[in-house]
Design a protein around this ligand. Structure first.
Ligand code: GLN
Length: 197
């Protein structure tokens, strides 16, 4: 079974661990560089990107995660995890940093207070037929994409909410909260393909 990690500094770590385990993966929480070095893929959970950023520095994880991404480690980021994967952020707090990797700009808390949280169905042809039930919780959106990044899903108004680039997959929403397993499967497929090389 592929051995994958969930960055366990803050956020909805347990939901990702449970979903990945149910798909047959060997899953470990990752808090230290040695734990990161032991996995073939990493999930960046939802939560609060500013807090995860600060804790990553405190735990000495910032540079190792950046280096692993640059080295091609497959990473799935949901919500705050998408923010952490973005090269550029709008409406970050002063000094907020990301790990980067995805050539996109992400706007934090893009839906304002009225639509703070909502669920909707998305069409995501890349993961197969059948709608994706998507939970958006103080969610970011992709506001700009560089040429290397590919949109996988848009809202009805055209806003990009899922993006892929190489071994990186970033989602505005939380599939781990609605029983949607196809993105995690895709991530595990990427991990298996890379470890077979
Ligand atoms: N608003 C949060 C942030 O900026 C993300 C919310 C989430 O992960 N559900 O990090």
């Amino acid at each position: 079974a592929p051995r994958v990690g969930v960055l366990a500094l803050q956020g909805d770590v347990r939901e990702h661990v449970a979903l990945l385990s149910s798909l047959g993966a060997d899953v470990v929480p990752v808090r230290r560089p040695s734990e990161l070095a032991s996995v073939d893929g990493l999930v960046l959970p939802g939560g609060e990107s500013t807090v995860i950023d600060k804790l990553a520095t405190t735990f000495g994880m910032r540079d190792p995660v950046r280096a692993a991404i640059a080295d091609g480690l497959p990473v799935l980021g949901t919500c705050a995890g998408l923010i952490l994967l973005a090269e550029r952020i709008e409406d970050g707090i002063p000094g907020q940093r990301t790990f980067g990797g995805l050539d996109v700009t992400v706007r934090r808390n893009a839906f304002g207070s009225q639509l703070d949280s909502f669920e909707t169905e998305l069409d995501v042809p890349a993961i197969g037929p059948g709608p994706v039930r998507a939970a958006f919780i103080r969610a970011p959106v992709v506001s700009e994409m560089g040429p290397a990044a590919r949109s996988l899903a848009r809202l009805a108004d055209g806003t990009v909410v899922a993006v892929e680039q190489g071994n990186l997959l970033g989602l505005s929403f939380h599939p781990e909260m609605t029983g949607e397993s196809r993105f995690h499967r895709r991530f595990l497929d990427t991990v298996s393909t890379r470890t077979a090389d």
